[in-house]
Design a protein around this ligand. Sequence first.
Ligand code: NAD
Ligand code: TDX
Length: 339
Amino acid sequence: MKRILITGGCGFIGSTFVRLQLNAYPDQEVVNLDKLTYAGNLENLADIASDPRYRFVRGCIADDAFVDDLIAGDRFDAVINFAAESHVDRSLQDSGPFIQTNVVGTQVLLDACRKHQVPRFVQVSTDEVYGSLGPTGFFTEETPLAPNSPYSASKTASDLLVRAYSHSFGFPGLITRCSNNYGPFQFPEKLIPLFISNALQDQALPVYGQGTNVRDWIHVEDHCRGIDAALRRGRLGEVYNFGGREEKTNLEITHLLLSLLNKPASLIRYVADRPGHDLRYAIDCTKAETELGWKPKIPFSTGLRDTIDWYIKRADWVHRIKSGAYLKYYADQYGGRLA
Ligand code: NAD
Ligand code: TDX
């Protein structure tokens, strides 16, 4: 695989994947197409920006003429689609950008890849397409799709487009679905980086509902190794689930963070629940383990400590984000809840 196109490479998971490709494969060339939305940040790849094997292109995956030109002009061995609107709460405020990027953007990429015969397409998706679990059981690749938020509905629609293109046209696509990621460079709107950065500033930690919802946490580097395995060894037309086998309630995470940061439990605020809040996600990743020879390596206990250290060292990165448009989002999302 000589040259690959990564979309959304300036975000949290995409930037980790770009770095992994350049570090793991000496001859790998990477083009990164990113719109630089509020979540896209050139700082996330500052360490590799001058690598001659790397090229950044600013643009939107839903811009069909632009995407067609880019894919026509370069001989890509694979396209890996990370670009998305990725935050459930924002999709509950306004689902428009989610449909535009996640659904229309995926369709535009699929059409360009099909037209220019790109030999491999990986759609980076989420366990949220399976809906919510009760207190027991796991999502497998066979679990029926039952998305509950506008975000997960848009991710499901894009997965179904990949499936339909594979079925109708023999399109060489495959889909990966992962549980909740954590690690460096995660935008401080998601639970773990939001609570770390708020606690460091002695600000309230807004726990939705009773904090009893469960998520299955995986370190972003383990997820990226999984996507790499699917890219290089996965069977076309297949779906591969990735998860960390680290189920925790939100309240467990909150108390763990407070104790690691040496901050008091009085920072916790129970606030109005997220509408339609999925109770529990838990992934069965046996297929990825047996077929791809992948397994998660980073235990949550060490991964979380390292992540906290990173957020302490990179206070400048957080500080630059937590200003301007972020403060408006925060007031809209939490102002009423925390009043
Ligand atoms: P993120 O929000 O941190 O980054 C998204 C990136 O996509 C940003 O760089 C943004 O600028 C870019 N982007 C957005 N719209 C674009 C457009 N129209 N054209 C080009 N670029 C655009 O997201 P993330 O957490 O890194 O997630 C990456 C992917 O992984 C998403 O597809 C998400 O659904 C999926 N995923 C995320 C998680 C998680 O826990 N964060 C878990 C499973 C799957
Ligand atoms: O302020 C908060 N308070 C709170 O209690 C926030 C932001 C979250 N929560 C809860 C909601 C969830 O139960 O914490 C849990 C995790 O929330 P998020 O970090 O928003 O993640 P989630 O909604 O589970 O979705 C994530 O995992 C799947 C990613 O954002 C998605 O992109 C991914 O597809």
